[in-house]
Design a protein around this ligand. Sequence first.
Ligand SMILES: [Zn+2]
Length: 104
Amino acid sequence: MIDNKHTDRLLRTCAWCSREISEDEDIFGFGAKAIQAADLSDKEGQFVSLNLSLQDKTVFALVPTGSSAADIEGFDLVFITCSEDCAQSLKDALDLERDVFDEG
Ligand SMILES: [Zn+2]
């Protein structure tokens, strides 16, 4: 058996503000493409950490499995946030980081 305790906790933790999302609250998740070309195939169903150098912040993202729901197909990563504000802030931060990486 795989120990899923850590994953379960991250599934209810906002990737942006690190707030724990209680069971009666909605989760705002969204999919994204990986910032850097990376082989994530051995990470399916697991969380990976991403360093946002511009924000001096590390965020966690779930790597969807091949059998995940259709609405996240085509995405390399799924981010979990506690609110639309956090989702938007995280998207903005990822866009900024992407610009940096594109220049490299
Ligand atoms: Zn949040």
